[in-house]
Design a protein around this ligand. Structure first.
Ligand code: 13P
Length: 273
């Protein structure tokens, strides 16, 4: 097996995905609590929140002076034009956003988004100066039929084939097994380790710089499993759904991520993984 570049041990990235949750008043309390609670955390920890489009302005207003960056959960594959209901990457960027999730399994499933469309969205995000968080993941059935690697390769290759090496080196990848999302139980550390290693190898085929992009795990990341998951080699942080709606839980997950910065494989025993 070829030698893999090691993922960065000096930083971690935790992104909250609010999905279709929130309201102006509740958001305000949550954003203030997170701003306050993250102030003193390790500088090696990067934090982001992907909010529904209508709340981008509120995120910009309330997070502008904080260490938390913000983003959208989707965007259009078009630049502009007669596409009723769509939101372009440049509109998202207008609100100071840093991130845009693309290819979340809920969009692939409920909106029939295919691999090429997801790749186009990633490209639009990069063109607008946003960092796309490209989600890949297999369903329960695909895992049971041992199709995991095939499915992940197809999802990832569509994006890598479309992007230049420089663009591909600027994305964030998130492994989100569909069966773990919203289930209350995450994938096991062993499964996460194996898949992240596979994804890292796959990324390396595009070039060494691409192999070093952050690869996040998502799917029922909670305060009690976060440290274990984040200490798995080649896991650079997490994409957090339900627990990002609760300040106490999200802060605990951020703390857990901060606690694993600089950790080497030999320390795993202390984290339950
Ligand atoms: P949960 O953390 O609620 O399982 O959601 C994960 C997810 O889909 C994040 O994008």
């Amino acid at each position: 097996m070829s030698k893999m570049p090691e993922s960065k041990v000096g930083s971690k990235l935790v992104i909250g995905n609010w999905k279709m949750h929130g309201g102006l008043r509740g958001n305000e309390a949550l954003l203030q609590a997170l701003t306050h609670g993250t102030k003193a955390m390790s500088p090696g920890l990067r934090i982001g929140l992907c909010v529904p489009f209508p709340y981008l302005a509120q995120a910009q207003q309330l997070l502008g002076d904080s260490r938390i960056e913000w983003g959208a959960q989707d965007l259009s594959s078009h630049d502009e034009g007669a596409y009723t209901g769509e939101v372009s990457a440049s509109m998202v960027a207008d609100f100071g956003a840093r991130y845009a999730i693309v290819g979340h399994s809920e969009r692939r499933e409920y909106h029939r988004e295919g691999a090429i469309l997801v790749a186009e969205k990633a490209e639009r995000a990069l063109e607008a100066g946003l960092t796309p968080i490209v989600c890949v993941g297999e369903t329960k059935e695909e895992r049971e039929f041992a199709f995991t690697e095939r499915v992940l390769s197809a999802q990832l290759d569509a994006v890598l084939d479309r992007l230049s090496v420089e663009q591909a080196a600027s994305i964030v990848l998130a492994y989100e097994p569909v069966w773990a999302i919203g289930s209350g139980s995450s994938a096991s550390c062993e499964d996460v380790r194996d898949v992240h290693h596979f994804l890292r190898q796959h990324l390396a085929q595009k070039g060494p710089a691409v192999a070093r992009i952050p690869v996040l795990y998502g799917g029922s990341v909670k305060p009690d499993n976060a440290a274990g998951l984040f200490s798995v080699p080649e896991v650079d942080g997490g994409l957090v759904g339900g627990a990002s709606l609760d300040a106490e839980q999200f802060l605990a997950i951020c703390e857990a991520a901060a606690g694993t910065i600089g950790m080497v494989a030999a320390h795993h025993d202390h984290t339950g993984c």
